[in-house]
Design a binder for this molecule. Structure first.
Ligand code: ADP
Length: 388
């Protein structure tokens, strides 16, 4: 153990536009001496965090993401992953105070816009100063660390019978030679399965973080990256539009509506315009030509369902992000595109759409990759700062 290490408890925090992510390092008790050193307050905090999976009304621990036997700053322990809506930061601070956090004068490494916005509140309520880190630095440090620690971290979606070589073999075909199912065929996508991807030599890769908004980064090495693009049409847009259009009130509800909906009653497809494929340029009839294009008709609006609207919103936002990612990847000559951020939480449909669209439109040249710890990398990156 490192005697210069900061005092426990060790947290990393990412206070985002929608969700606050908190990563807590639970040290393994290595011996009696260290056990005795743990103060009552520390012990209470540890027990409270690790024995519950819900905190207050809105705090949740993602138990399935817990990482055991992680080493940070010479200490072994377990990483716990906790989230709550950023709108509840006030309630979080009160809870933290009631658990005695204010007695432990210390610093939390924090990132995200909220690290600036709520800095004063942290000092006032719990006597904690926030040491602020850049969110993209933290994001990349977190991705690389978690991927190195967890062999299961990186995965992709593919048809169950796809051979690893298949995705390469159709690179040489032209679009019109292709025999695969057209994009967004529901049947094809629903069969997609999750497969592990070996991300041990990752560079260069494109990192697309889909949070409230979207950032696209080119990563050449751990300390060599830049932000190439982004869009304000992100996870926040999906949820905001879905709430407006369907009256739903949570992300989970929006996703489950979308899962049972049909966007073809909302969108105008190539076949709605051409009566079939636009063969000359290889555009299949099933392709969306105009997102929400049917909704200018009063009759169509009268018969559309909430779930169809949720589905169309999801498909619109997802495919737009997919197009931007694809253009960036081809501009930068990069083949691996890693998607992260909480928009992908409990959202296999978007992951499958992204996988299909990336591979289809690049004729197999691009691979969409995903990470199990979705939206927690910025918070992990903050925690790792303890390591410097
Ligand atoms: P940020 O740092 O901007 O808050 P995140 O990576 O945490 O970004 O992603 C936020 C997005 O994740 C939301 O816009 C929404 O699309 C989605 N999301 C997933 N789970 C939830 C949830 N429980 N509450 C709200 N949004 C959620």
């Amino acid at each position: 153990p490192d005697n210069n290490a900061p005092p426990m408890p060790w947290f990393g925090m990412d206070i985002g536009g929608t969700l606050t992510k908190l990563v807590y390092f639970e040290p393994r008790e290595t011996n009696r001496r260290e056990l005795d050193k743990e103060t009552e307050v520390l012990k209470n905090i540890r027990r409270y965090l690790t024995r519950n999976s819900a905190y207050g009304n809105t705090g949740r621990r993602d138990v399935h993401l817990q990482m055991d036997n992680v080493q940070i700053r010479g200490r072994r322990g377990t990483l716990h992953f906790i989230r709550f809506p950023t709108s509840e930061v006030g309630a979080f601070l009160q809870l933290a105070r009631s658990k005695g956090m204010a007695d432990l004068v210390n610093t939390i490494y924090a990132t995200g816009g909220g690290a600036y916005k709520f800095e004063e509140d942290f000092i006032k309520e719990v006597n904690m100063s926030l040491s602020k880190l850049d969110e993209l630095d933290a994001l990349i440090a977190g991705v690389l660390f978690v991927d190195a620690m967890n062999p299961q971290e990186c995965y992709y979606w593919a048809p169950p019978d796809e051979h690893p070589a298949d995705s390469v073999s159709y690179r040489t075909e032209s679009v019109s030679d292709r025999t695969e199912a057209p994009p967004y065929s529901e049947a094809a996508l629903s069969l997609y399965v999750r497969k592990p991807f070996d991300f041990s030599s990752p560079y260069p890769f494109l990192l697309v973080n889909i949070g409230s908004g979207v950032s696209v980064l080119v990563v050449n090495a751990p300390d060599d990256y830049y932000r190439v693009s982004g869009t304000s049409l992100g996870g926040g847009t999906f949820l905001g539009l879905c709430c407006l259009l369907t009256g739903c009130s949570s992300f989970e509800e929006a996703i489950s509506l979308a899962a049972s909906g049909d966007n073809t009653t909302v969108d105008k497809l190539v076949r709605d315009i051409y009566g079939g494929d636009y063969a000359r340029f290889g555009l299949p009839g099933d392709l969306v030509a105009s997102s929400f294009g049917q909704m200018s008709s009063a009759d169509r609006r009268a018969s559309v369902s909430r779930s169809d609207l949720a589905r169309a919103t999801l498909v619109t936002i997802t495919n737009n992000i997919g197009s931007i990612a694809r253009l960036c990847a081809s501009n930068e000559n990069i083949e691996r595109v890693v998607f992260c951020g909480n928009f992908l939480r409990v959202n296999p449909l978007s992951m499958k759409l992204l996988s299909y669209a990336m591979s289809y439109w690049s004729r197999g040249a691009l691979k969409a990759l995903f990470l199990e710890h979705e939206g927690y990398f910025g918070a992990v990156g903050c925690l790792l700062h303890l390591d410097l």
